[in-house]
Write a protein that binds this ligand. Structure first.
Ligand code: 2YH
Length: 277
């Protein structure tokens, strides 16, 4: 599991308006709009509810400890989306207790294993990995102007890739699953096929061969350069929640507006929206 570094996120807060414009150019929707699309939520209603919904972001010192700028950046993203958000004055249990005592509607908090949002009234828990997979799948759907009946290769079958695959199947895509460890792809396929009413997925065991047949990619690996430069075509659309980004620098240039990638923004946006559902 990737642990974010301060250098992965330090640019985010000051760049939110520009990132929102970039997302609109790529997908036709803003950060909030993509999150609502992915969560099948009414954007107008969410915008209205967000203004009175207070979220306290609670830093966690356990394990490897605080990541510089992490909580502040999460709060900045939430604030940018229109939520009443702030970083808790205290970390850990004291912060959680204060959020309850002060009547917050929700907390967002992360240790080394999970990053979650918890609605303190409804007990809904939104998980960053699931939300991230879901929102990047929704973003790919928008970039493709409808992913229904299209073939998508999901690279990386961890929690993010599997959540993306689940969303893509629910949108009617035909999904190929690839993982460096084929048994992870097979296990993922089994879990996906256990979900009632879902489309079918298939496992791809040879990446080079698979890449010849797909022009829609959901890159959810934790590896640099997982998508070979030679495989990047003029038609390819890539949604890449993986950190670090698996697309080589030259590939990013070639893809331009056909590449969707960030380290925190879209995942936090989808977590926040799902807390309101
Ligand atoms: O980055 C992480 C974990 N790898 C979970 C990621 C789930 N997608 N956690 C962030 C730790 C933040 C730290 N405890 C803080 O600053 O509060």
């Amino acid at each position: 599991m990737t642990r974010l570094k301060e250098s992965d996120i330090s640019h985010i807060s000051s760049n939110l308006p520009a990132y929102d414009r970039e997302l609109s150019a790529k997908t036709g929707k803003t950060l909030l709009g993509i999150a609502c699309h992915a969560c099948r939520a009414d954007e107008m209603k969410i915008r209205e509810q967000a203004g009175t919904f207070s979220i306290q972001v609670v830093p966690v010192t356990a394990g490897q400890g605080i990541i510089g700028d992490f909580s502040q950046t999460v709060a900045a993203i939430l604030h940018f989306m229109g939520f009443k958000a702030r970083v808790s004055d205290r970390p850990d249990i004291s912060g959680i207790a204060a959020a309850f005592e002060q009547g917050a509607d929700a907390v967002m908090t992360a240790d080394d294993h999970r990053f979650v949002g918890i609605n303190l009234q409804t007990r809904t828990v939104s998980d960053n990995s699931r939300a991230t997979g879901r929102v990047f799948a929704g973003g790919l759907d928008l970039m493709a102007r409808g992913i229904k009946d299209k073939e998508v290769l999901v690279m990386g079958c961890g929690p993010v890739g599997e959540a993306a695959a689940k969303t893509l199947l629910s949108l009617g895509a035909r999904v190929g699953l690839y993982d460096l460890d084929p048994s992870a792809a097979h296990a993922s396929r089994q879990r996906l096929s256990d979900g009632a009413g879902r489309g079918t997925s298939m496992v791809e065991e040879n990446l080079d061969r698979a890449l010849l047949g797909y022009s829609h990619i959901l890159e959810a690996t934790p590896a640099e350069e997982s998508l070979p430069l030679e495989s990047i075509s003029d038609q390819m659309l890539v949604a890449a929640p993986g950190v670090p980004l698996g697309v080589p620098a030259k590939g990013c240039e070639i893809l331009g507006d056909r590449l969707l990638h960030d380290t925190l923004e879209l995942g936090v946006a989808a977590m926040a929206v799902s807390l309101l559902l």
